[in-house]
Design a protein around this ligand. Structure first.
Ligand SMILES: Cc1ncc(C[n+]2csc(CCOP(=O)(O)OP(=O)(O)O)c2C)c(N)n1
Length: 327
């Protein structure tokens, strides 16, 4: 894909899909269709979309507790995601995982993860497998500024540095790890410089600009495919909703939200499309209407879908071994 009209409209389409999916999920949770917690990524759409557009289908991602956007940006089907959130049988994990356990190996989605920092070893392991099989594939690991202080980051980053693994550490720095401000958890302003400890490049970009994220990720992916090893890409962004739905958000600094909302990635990119005359108002509206329809269908699908059968509760939980034995 070039950076022509089709590409720019695709960026917009995917960002609107992520935003509207989150808002519908929040609404459906209030209405009672969705049980359990939701950690939405409203405000962070540009990093998910910019990064995933730099990947091929055969590349893989690992995701987080805030993973809906990553999974949709990599090509996940809204209706199976909505069904999973609603704990219904046709959901991505047969309705038994919910928001934190969505994966689709056919699309290279190795999974959302409720364990902060859980994606690092999985991404490094996938990258090692690609390297050993001499495949030109890369693994991209989404994570937050809280997760970068977990031991698993340092372990995976160190191995990636030593073995020159084809992995991209894609940090979404939204300034908070749950309620802990990033400046109380690390003395560094640019967390990307941590990459220098492991002898691979680190770069900080405007995480609300999908093109900036795309370009930085594309460069990292190209280097990784050529055997040049890992990169840490830090996307500076902000989440517009609570850590989870229901979070009172008492930790935010006064005026901070209003300042960041001026940089909301979606209206900003919409304005850019119109101002640069890349697309007309009607074309942009057609994208938005198309997404609304997709989400109406996804909600209808999830609503009508059956719940999982009790007899199926253990299916897929244990690995089958030879002789039909299950351990
Ligand atoms: C190993 C582990 N420790 C703590 C938690 C509780 N927890 C869930 S999300 C979160 C904050 C993570 O912050 P960050 O990595 O910055 O991601 P963000 O929520 O900002 O997207 C914490 C501490 C957890 N799920 N797993």
């Amino acid at each position: 894909m070039t950076q022509g009209k089709e590409f720019l409209l695709e960026i917009y389409r995917r960002m609107v899909l992520v935003r509207e999916f989150e808002l519908r999920a929040i609404e459906e949770r209030r209405r009672g269709l969705i049980p359990g917690f939701i950690h939405s990524c409203v405000g962070q759409e540009a990093s998910a979309v910019g990064a995933c557009l730099a990947l091929r289908k055969e590349d893989v991602i690992t995701s987080t507790h805030r993973g809906h956007g990553h999974l949709l940006a990599k090509g996940g089907e809204p209706k199976y995601m909505m069904a999973e959130l609603a704990a219904k049988a046709p959901g991505y994990c047969k309705g038994r995982g919910g928001s934190l356990h969505i994966s689709d190996f056919d699309l290279g989605i190795l999974g959302a993860n409720g364990i902060v920092g859980g994606g690092f070893p999985a991404a490094a392991g996938a990258a090692l497998a690609f390297q050993m099989r001499k495949e030109e594939r890369v693994a991209l690991c989404f994570f937050g500024d809280g997760a970068i202080n977990e031991g698993t980051f340092h372990e995976a980053a160190n191995l990636a540095g030593v073995w020159k693994l084809p992995v991209i550490f894609l940090l979404e720095n939204n300034l908070y790890g749950e309620g802990t401000p990033q400046d109380q958890a690390s003395p560094l302003e640019d967390l990307a410089i941590r990459a220098s400890s492991y002898a691979f490049p680190g770069v900080s970009v405007d995480g609300n600009d999908p093109l900036a994220v795309y370009e930085a990720t594309q460069e990292a992916v190209a280097r990784a495919r050529k055997g040049g090893g890992a990169t840490l890409v830090e996307c500076k962004t902000y989440r517009f909703r609570g850590h989870y739905e229901g979070d009172p958000q008492v930790y935010r600094k006064p005026g901070e939200m209003a300042e960041w909302m001026k940089k909301d990635p979606i209206p900003t990119f919409r304005e850019k499309l119109l101002k640069d005359k890349t697309a007309s108002e009607n074309e942009v509206k057609a994208v938005e209407d198309g997404i609304r329809q997709v989400l109406d269908e996804a909600v209808a699908f999830a609503t009508q879908a059956p719940v999982p059968q009790v007899e199926e509760a253990l299916a897929g939980v244990y690995a089958d071994t030879h002789n039909g034995l299950v351990f």
